[in-house]
Design a protein around this ligand. Structure first.
Ligand code: MN
Length: 412
């Protein structure tokens, strides 16, 4: 385990900051009505990389002077590593460059955060074993909880890039076609079982055209974000057979504003769980490619304090993002810079570790009581849901910021 790298920037050496010098996550911000600019989070500040490049403090061929990270990601792994190296030198305690860099810092509290990259395509997986077992038990019974393909394939579906939004964006409760088990006919109505899915998102930073190995896939992942895959369970239950989710998942997907680069998470790599059945060779992992990242979900009704309703860990996944990406490319599917891969809902073994309300309330049969005294089976209008996550180092953490969204009433 590595130690805290000390920085001269305010707040960067606090043990509870998400953004010590070890992290250096990248995002896009604006001030007042100003343009969107690339930045890196450090302590309570954002380093304005567009201005840093314009001032000659950094030189990356203008790839830090854009309004998203796709161009920089495309420049390749060598440049990813060089940016981290140069930022580490500029921001380290005692850095000679401090006087030149300090005017390029802006207070994070004054900044508006935007989507950090243009999402090329969005794919969502179903790779958490506890989640798949819980949902399968509810839908098909304990005998057939895991589909027969589940231990062999990282199952996924092609989602909608257009639905991906950054933290702080409100989410309007979806309308859709719903037919309950007792209903003779479907009706078009507001979802009454609107839910969250606690996930991690992997951001593809290198294009590929044709099959790639798991090792290559691992290297092609630029970084990770928190991801909430908002899900309308009543719409999903009626529409999902035989082609999988469609409208139930296409309302919104919220991500955290900072891409934590894979390099920052390297000290926290862990292996996927032991395989119950051997995987086909093209899915074999040459080393630990999952990460130890503590995750939590907070739910706050309007005007009431937040209750943490779930705590779990990314290491609970059965498949790593590298395995998912290798599987995705295995048929020859071209992958692009800016592809976003959702991990699948991350649940753990206990009730308190469940990453969706569907599981927490067991299909609505066991509502939870919040600290405010209210109960929830699914989301109510004006609830705010916030995902948080961090990898814990010795005396520091690698955090992601928040992925938060408030539910607004349906437009029915
Ligand atoms: Mn999902």
């Amino acid at each position: 385990m590595t130690e805290l790298l000390r920085s001269w920037v305010d707040g960067a050496n606090r043990p509870d900051t998400d953004f010590p010098l070890n992290n250096l996550p990248v995002g896009v911000f604006s001030l007042a009505d100003g343009p969107r600019r690339q930045g890196v989070a450090i302590g309570d500040r954002i380093l304005d990389l567009g201005r840093a490049e314009a001032a000659g403090v950094l030189g990356f061929g203008g790839r830090l002077m854009q309004d998203g990270w796709n161009g920089f990601m495309a420049s390749g792994r060598g440049e990813w590593a060089r940016l981290r190296r140069e930022l580490t030198m500029l921001l380290a305690e005692g850095a000679a460059a401090r006087a030149r860099v300090e005017p390029l810092l802006v207070p994070m509290a004054a900044a508006r955060l935007h989507l950090p990259f243009a999402v090329s395509e969005y794919t969502d997986f179903y790779a958490g074993r506890h989640h798949a077992t819980n949902v399968g038990t509810m839908f098909r019974g304990p005998e057939n909880a895991l589909p027969s393909n589940w231990l062999h394939i990282p199952i996924g579906y092609n989602g909608r890039a257009s639905s991906v939004v950054v933290t702080g964006t409100s989410v309007i409760r979806p309308m859709g076609q719903i037919k309950g088990p007792e209903d003779a006919l479907p009706r078009f109505a507001a979802s009454a079982r609107f839910d969250i899915e606690l996930e991690m998102g992997a951001v593809v930073g290198q294009a590929s055209d044709g099959p790639i190995s798991v090792a290559e896939a691992f290297d092609n992942i630029f970084g990770y974000v928190l991801l909430n895959d908002w899900s309308a369970r009543d719409i999903q239950a009626w529409e999902y057979q035989p082609l999988g989710p469609f409208q139930a998942k296409a309302t919104a997907t919220t991500i955290s504003p900072w891409i934590v680069m894979a390099a920052a998470l390297a000290p926290f790599r862990v292996a996927t769980p032991e395989r119950e059945v051997p995987l086909l060779p093209y899915l074999a992992e040459p080393g630990p490619m999952l990460y130890d990242i503590a995750l939590e979900v907070g739910l706050a009704p309007e005007g009431a304090p937040e209750t943490v309703i779930a705590r779990t860990n990314y290491r609970e996944m059965y498949y790593s993002a590298a395995q998912q990406l290798a599987h995705h490319a295995s048929c020859g599917c071209p992958m692009r810079v800016g592809d976003l891969l959702g991990s699948g809902t991350i649940s753990g073994p206990e009730r308190g570790n469940r990453g969706s309300l569907l599981e927490i309330s067991w299909g609505g049969k066991e509502p939870i009581t919040l600290d405010s005294g209210e109960t929830r089976s699914f989301l109510a209008d004006r609830d705010t849901v916030t995902l948080r996550g961090h990898a814990q180092g010795r005396g520091y953490r690698i955090g992601f910021g928040e992925a938060s969204g408030k539910i607004l009433p349906a437009r029915g």
